[in-house]
Design a protein around this ligand. Structure first.
Ligand code: SF4
Length: 212
């Protein structure tokens, strides 16, 4: 993607959705962290279904610890990989209580030190809970960044670093949400819907998918 196309690419996504939000439901940084941790290889809809029951009962690290492993599993067993996620969440809660006074830390290093929290999860928490302009590269962002030529790269980290360089500062805070939503609903994996894509004029992908 030409450098001159990047500004109108994001301006178009912004015009359609000025204040994009995560589709995960949460009301505190800890709820967000827990929801993101549970969402790996699962749908946001599925995670929301489980957390709507879990969070009213336990939405702090100590309250999750008090549930115990089996208690927690009972709330999240509809989510894929729930056993390992429950284990990670319990261990993360223990560390939050022991090292951070039950609060979610605000630095990448401290977040990534938590069990089950990788670079992508840390980026989501830093961006959504704390307003940092991070790029949490998931499968959708990885695909859209490569397909459009916006930030091509062989690994999620390569794409992330390229996005940080190429996305104009005014769009950095919301860029990852716009790209996720675009990838989830328009620039979908199998057959991108180029015929109804608002950013088609700026995208390098060829040939564009014609209308069915
Ligand atoms: S034109 Fe097609 S490939 Fe390009 S961003 Fe839009 S849907 Fe994706």
């Amino acid at each position: 993607m030409k450098k001159t196309a990047i500004e109108p690419f994001f301006a178009t996504l912004q015009a359609a959705n000025p204040a994009p939000e995560t589709e995960l439901e949460y009301s505190t940084p800890f709820e967000l962290l827990a929801a993101v941790l549970l969402s790996a290889q699962a749908t946001d809809v599925g995670v929301n279904k489980a957390t709507r029951k879990l969070f009213p009962v336990a939405n702090t690290p100590q309250a999750i610890l008090d549930l115990g492993l089996e208690g927690l599993e009972g709330y999240i067993k509809t989510i894929g990989l729930y056993r390992s996620k429950a284990k990670h969440l319990m261990e993360a809660c223990r560390m939050l209580v022991e090292r951070h006074g039950g609060e979610v830390p605000r630095t990448r290093a401290e977040l990534e030190a938590l069990p089950g929290v990788g670079r992508k999860t840390a980026n989501v928490v830093l961006n959504v809970a704390f307003g940092e302009p991070t790029m949490a590269v998931d499968t959708h962002i990885f695909r859209v960044s490569n397909r459009t030529g916006l930030a091509p790269g062989k690994t999620p980290l390569e794409v992330e670093l390229k996005l940080e360089k190429r996305v104009p500062p005014a769009y950095r805070l919301h860029a990852h949400h716009w790209l996720i939503l675009h990838g989830r609903y328009v620039c979908v994996a199998r057959k991108p819907m180029c015929w109804k894509c608002a950013v088609a004029p700026y995208c390098d992908y060829k040939p564009k998918t014609p209308a069915p």
